[in-house]
Design a protein around this ligand. Structure first.
Ligand code: AMP
Ligand code: MG
Length: 341
C-alpha cells in the first residue's frame, strides 16, 4: 500500500474523511499523541486498525467524538461524566462508561464498557465532523513502540500500512490521554495523562488512582485497564530510573555512566537545569519541567533506538500533576527498574 503523507489542510482533511467513510485507516494528530483512526461503528474498519498496528485484539480502543450530542448513542452517560466533560472536554481526558449495543465488540475487546474522548485538536475535530461518524483511534505507533508525537514518527511506524497520514505538527501534550473509569461509584484513574487526578478530584470532590499505575502487575493480578497488562513504551535499551535528591542522583548517574562496559552505548535522560552537571557525557534533555518532559519523552525514546543506545540512565520527576503521567511512562519504559538514591 502506498502511504500519502500530507500537511493537514482543507483538501487533505476532505480526503481523510472520504477514506474514513470508505472504511480505511488514517493517521491524524490529536493534542495527546497521533492517532490511527477509522469509523468506530464499522467493525471491519476497526479490525484494519488492529492489523496496521499489530495490536493484540484484547486491547480496546478509544472512541473519539467532536460534539457532546454524539456521545448519547454510544454509551450510558452519568452525572460524573457530565461534570468532567464540562470541565475538561474537549481535551486529553478519556472516560470509561457502560457501552450501548451500537459499539462493535472489536472496539471494546468484548468489554461491557467503552472509552470515549472528545479531543481538542482542531484537525482531529474537523476529521471527525467531516467523516460524520465517531472515530475509533489508538495511538498511531506499531504495538510495542513509543507513541508518536510527530507525523514523522507515524510515518516511521506506518509507511506502507495505511493510505494517509495527516501532518498537523508536534503534539502539545505528548503523552496519551488520562483514562478515568466512571462505571462505579467513584472515579478511578486507570492511566495518568494531561488531566491530572488532582484536577479530577477538584471537580468531583474525590477520585481514586489505580495503584498498579506505578508498579508491575503481580502474577495472576487482573489489570484494571487492559492496556496495563501489555508491555508498553519500551526502548531497545535497558533503562533505569534514579529517584532522590537532585545532586545525589546526578552523582550516581555519572558513576553508573562512567562504569558502563565499553560494549554498551549509554545515554542520560536529564532536564535543562541539570544537563551541565553531566559534562560531555551523552545526554538528552527532556526540557524545562514535567510538562516539557511529557512532550519530549517519546521522541527521546525513539532517538535512543535510532542511535542504537543500549543503556539509559534517567532522572525522575515528582509524581504529582502531569509528573505522574511522565513517571508512569518512564517506569514502563524501564520495566519498573527504579533505584532510590
Ligand atoms: P491507546 O489508544 O493506545 O492509548 O490505548 C487506549 C487504552 O485505553 C487501552 O490501552 C486501554 O487500557 C484503555 N481502555 C480502552 N477501553 C477501555 C475500557 N472499556 N475499559 C478500560 N480501559 C479501556
Ligand atoms: Mg497506545
Amino acid at each position: 500500500m502506498q502511504t500519502q503523507f500530507l500537511s493537514a489542510d482543507e483538501q487533505s482533511l476532505q480526503l481523510g474523511a472520504e477514506l474514513i467513510k470508505a472504511g480505511q485507516v488514517v493517521g491524524f494528530p490529536t493534542e495527546t499523541v497521533y492517532g490511527l483512526g477509522a469509523d468506530a461503528l464499522n467493525s471491519e474498519a476497526v479490525h484494519a486498525i488492529f492489523a496496521a498496528k499489530c495490536r493484540p485484539a484484547d486491547n480496546p480502543l478509544i472512541v473519539h467524538i467532536a460534539e457532546w450530542n454524539e456521545i448519547e448513542p454510544l454509551c450510558h452517560v452519568n452525572e460524573m461524566a457530565r461534570r468532567l466533560a464540562d470541565a475538561f472536554w474537549p481535551g486529553p481526558l478519556t472516560m470509561i462508561l457502560p457501552r450501548k449495543d451500537i459499539i462493535p465488540d472489536v472496539v471494546t475487546a468484548g468489554l461491557d464498557s467503552v472509552a470515549i474522548r472528545m479531543p481538542s485538536h482542531p484537525i482531529a475535530r474537523q476529521l471527525i465532523s467531516l467523516s460524520g461518524c465517531p472515530i475509533a483511534a489508538p495511538s498511531a505507533n506499531r504495538s510495542g513502540r513509543p507513541s508518536p508525537t510527530t507525523a514523522a514518527h507515524v510515518l516511521e511506524d506506518m509507511d506502507g500500512r495505511v493510505p494517509l497520514i495527516l501532518d498537523g505538527g508536534p503534539c502539545s501534550v505528548g503523552v496519551e490521554s488520562t483514562v478515568v473509569s466512571l462505571t462505579g461509584d467513584m472515579a478511578v484513574v486507570l492511566r495518568p495523562g494531561g488531566v491530572t487526578p488532582e484536577m479530577i478530584a477538584a471537580v468531583l470532590g474525590d477520585c481514586k488512582i489505580a495503584d498498579s499505575i506505578m508498579r508491575p502487575l503481580k502474577e495472576g493480578e487482573a489489570a484494571p485497564s487492559p492496556g496495563m497488562k501489555h508491555k508498553h513504551y519500551a526502548p531497545r535499551a535497558r533503562m533505569t530510573l534514579y529517584e532522590g535528591e537532585a545532586q545525589a542522583v546526578e552523582k550516581r548517574i555519572c558513576h553508573e555512566y562512567d562504569s558502563t562496559s565499553a560494549k554498551e552505548k549509554p545515554l542520560i535522560l536529564t532536564c535543562d537545569a541539570h544537563i551541565a552537571a553531566y559534562g560531555d557525557r551523552r545526554c538528552y534533555s527532556l526540557g524545562a519541567d514535567a510538562a516539557a518532559a511529557a512532550r519530549n519523552l517519546f521522541a527521546a525514546l525513539r532517538y535512543a533506538d535510532e542511535e542504537s543506545i543500549t543503556r539509559i540512565y534517567s532522572e525522575s520527576y515528582s509524581q504529582s500533576g502531569v509528573g505522574l503521567a511522565v513517571m508512569n511512562r518512564m517506569a514502563r519504559a524501564a520495566g519498573f527498574d527504579m533505584v532510590n538514591v
